[in-house]
Design a protein around this ligand. Sequence first.
Ligand SMILES: [Zn+2]
Length: 63
Amino acid sequence: MVYILLIVLALVVTALVSNRATRECRWREYRQPDGPIWRCAACGAETRTENGKPPRLCLRNNS
Ligand SMILES: [Zn+2]
């Protein structure tokens, strides 16, 4: 049973590392009258956020 937990843990760590690779997005803020639009300079994704901060993940992989 311990080995199963270790394998699951390894998979989670791998997923986290791969997610960090997608966090290299360079979000740039485009101010608009009704709130900023964030555009990723790396993949071209555009989004709005509720708190006015750039997204933490690249939206490229969500489509
Ligand atoms: Zn991106």
